[in-house]
Write a protein that binds this ligand. Structure first.
Ligand SMILES: [Zn+2]
Ligand SMILES: [Zn+2]
Length: 283
């Protein structure tokens, strides 16, 4: 009798397990690609055959070809974090791809970066030429991309005039369990201001601010947000000597092991697979 009962319990358990395993496998992960764009930043989001972009890397690297490589023919949105060319240059390659019907751009967002110049003028003329839907984003705004994940803008706040790195958009992505924080090129005075607005901010993965510059990533900031993993988007042998050795030392101390500090100059493009409410890991 006991053995029959035991067998029944075993059968029930294995049925439950296979059912859970099935639903786990059916649920598509959110893919977060930190693209190797040399000295610059571009993060491609992919979910159920749809794509969105945070920054487009520098110009003259064949950015549209990189997008084609990942099967991108349409972007739900593109955010340009600030007007520096290492974050926006790739966007200047979009016109020929849009004209040739190789790329659809549904919406473009940018921050209120007051440091206008050639790059911002070029972007605005592309928006005009193709009639692209566009808007300015501020702290408090959310972007929709994948059901179950929040994409929240934490910086810059409305009503302040900031230019260049100080105006960098900051994106906080989370589900019920895990968090990613993209700092773009935000520097230490604004890290402090961000913490005063979001005093309990924490993250699991950190896109390290300003390519690992010493002007960003203060110990005060890093020890508050306590990332367990970090990614530095940086060009091999760049003339700025990014990432700074001081920043690396701080990051090693905070994450506890240098193998949790990733770099696009050493590892190329990196993809995190994020299973909703389960966690994320490098593909
Ligand atoms: Zn930059
Ligand atoms: Zn910058």
């Amino acid at each position: 009798m006991h053995s029959i009962l035991f067998t029944l319990i075993l059968l029930l358990c294995s049925a439950l397990l296979s059912c859970e395993e099935g639903s786990f496998l059916e649920e598509k992960p959110l893919k977060v690609h930190f693209l190797d764009v040399g000295q610059g930043l571009s993060v491609l989001f992919e979910y159920e055959g749809r794509f969105a972009l945070w920054d487009t890397g520098p110009d003259s690297i064949g950015f549209v070809d990189t997008l084609k490589h990942y099967g991108v023919d349409s972007l739900d949105w593109v955010v340009l974090s600030h007007w520096h060319r290492d974050h926006v240059g790739g966007f200047l390659e979009f016109p020929s791809a849009i004209k040739n019907h190789e790329l659809i751009v549904k919406k473009v967002f940018f921050t209120n970066d007051t440091a206008y110049g050639f790059v911002s003028d070029s972007v605005f003329s592309i928006l005009d030429e193709f009639g692209l839907n566009n808007d300015t984003i501020y702290r408090g705004d959310s972007l929709f991309f994948a059901s179950g994940w929040l994409f929240q803008i934490l910086w810059p706040p409305k009503g302040v005039n900031l230019g260049g790195n100080a105006s960098s958009g900051v994106l906080f992505i989370r589900d019920s369990l895990s968090k990613m924080l993209l700092m773009s090129d935000l520097e230490t005075p604004q890290e402090d201001a961000l913490l005063s607005l979001s005093p309990s901010l924490k993250t699991d993965l950190l896109q390290v601010g300003h390519h690992g510059s010493l002007n960003s990533n203060s110990m005060r900031f890093l020890s508050q947000i306590l990332p367990s993993e970090a990614i530095i988007s940086v060009g091999e042998g760049n003339s700025y000597h990014h990432p700074a050795s001081g920043t690396l030392s701080k990051l090693y101390l905070i994450v506890g092991d240098s193998s949790y500090v990733h770099r696009t100059d050493l590892e190329g493009s990196l993809i995190w697979l994020w299973n909703k409410n389960i966690g994320f890991w490098i593909q």
